[in-house]
Ligand binder design. Structure first.
Ligand SMILES: *Cc1c(COP(=O)(O)O)cnc(C)c1O
Length: 380
């Protein structure tokens, strides 16, 4: 068994694993399960600072992204796709799959999205039904300021769809203040439940747009409108994965009880980035650093796959490379959710220090020692 320090899936706490072994009922017929589901959804909404309705979907994080586009897009609809990363660009596929016209706004993939430049663009082009934006684009670790981007889009009446799967609970998220019409989350990132569930948080404006469609939603599994009266009718569109939802609830109970969660992510994120920079390693990005994941370039003269293999074989720790154009070029450390503890990071950085030095990389500071010093300074 490896210690997983990847940017999702993350480590799963024992309380969550235990909750998944609870005795099962028939979730289609047991009214107690409908109560439990609704209560869990309400807990998620409250942790995201909104009364907007949350729905837990029986499918991986991607199902939330696809449902968001499937339920809103009608043939010919124009959609603004904000792209400075792999997931950002990927939304264009969902939009076109459901007949929409994706207008991809390409931005520098090394920089957080420039909100002033977007404001300029919108002055002359704002005829969009909705826009998609990724909060943390995990393959590069790019953090976008959705607290400014979404209100700007809403000034033009553009509905906002945000993928915060790998940011929420490690980075601040306030659905109402940020004016997010549909927020996508997943079980396997900072929430720290196993992979398998998505959830979406839906505004009244999104629901209205969905109800006012002239054409039917071209999907069953990704049709969010089918949940409109699930509670009143005591009917789910498909059987809910009950054990997964028991586990998810336990994970959210842990988050609700953890008052220091955001601050811990901030201290760990900053200390990790400062340590790597001081050591001479190069952070992949120039701006837009997420406190959930740190991404650094594979040092010259070494090999990304060998670094990952040695971390696993010698130290039992799993880090991640990346994909698409970043494949083989960067290493990612996922310090989100249950991964984000000082002791996990000291163990990880100590091993990384040894692996890199073993490959001839001259680090200017001992990674684990320097990290702990910085954490102590910032915790004062
Ligand atoms: C992990 C992740 C998802 C969900 O992807 P899966 O393949 O279902 O895990 C969606 N968006 C982002 C930004 C993610 O990091």
């Amino acid at each position: 068994m490896y210690k997983i320090m990847t940017p999702g899936p993350t480590q799963v706490l024992e309380q969550v694993r235990a909750a998944r072994s609870r005795v099962c009922t028939n979730p289609d017929l047991d009214e107690d399960f409908f109560e439990f589901y609704r209560e869990t959804c309400a807990l998620i909404s409250s942790l995201l600072h909104t009364k907007n309705e949350t729905l837990i979907l029986g499918g991986e994080g991607i199902l939330g992204l696809e449902s968001a586009c499937a339920s809103l897009t009608e043939p010919g609809d124009k959609v603004l796709v904000l792209d400075n990363g792999v997931f950002g660009k990927g939304f264009a596929d969902f939009v076109t799959l459901y007949g929409g016209i994706a207008d991809v706004y390409h931005a520098d993939d090394r920089q957080t999205l420039d909100v002033d430049a977007l404001a300029k663009f919108l002055e002359s082009s704002h005829d969009y039904k909705y826009a998609t934006v990724v909060h943390c684009d995990t393959p590069s670790g790019m953090l976008n300021d959705v607290s400014r981007i979404c209100p700007l889009l809403k000034q033009y009446g553009i509905l906002t769809v945000v993928d915060s799967v790998s940011a929420m609970f490690g980075e601040p998220m306030d659905v109402d203040a940020y004016q997010i019409d549909l927020l996508c989350g997943g079980s396997q990132k900072a929430v720290s439940a196993p992979a398998g569930l998505a959830f979406v948080v839906i505004s009244e404006a999104y629901k209205t747009a969905m109800k006012n469609r002239k054409t039917p939603i071209a999907s069953f599994y990704a049709n969010l409108n089918l949940f409109a009266t699930y509670y009143e009718d005591q009917w789910f569109p498909y059987t809910m994965p009950i054990s997964d939802i028991y586990g998810l609830r336990a994970a959210f109970d842990c988050i609700a009880a953890d008052e220091n969660m955001l601050n811990r992510h901030k201290i760990i994120g900053e200390s990790t980035r400062e340590t790597l920079s001081e050591s001479g390693l190069k952070l992949h990005q120039q701006s837009g650093f997420s406190n959930t994941v740190t991404v650094f370039d594979v040092p010259q003269g070494t090999d990304g796959k060998r670094i990952l293999d040695e971390m696993k074989e010698k130290y039992n720790i799993m880090l991640a490379g990346s994909f698409d154009e970043l494949s083989g070029k960067v290493i990612r450390i996922g310090h989100m959710g249950a991964n984000a503890t000082v002791s996990n990071m000291i163990e990880t950085l100590g091993a990384l220090d040894a692996v890199l030095r073993g490959m001839g990389v001259m680090l200017r500071v001992p990674l684990d020692v320097r990290f702990l010093e910085l954490v102590k300074q910032k915790s004062k």
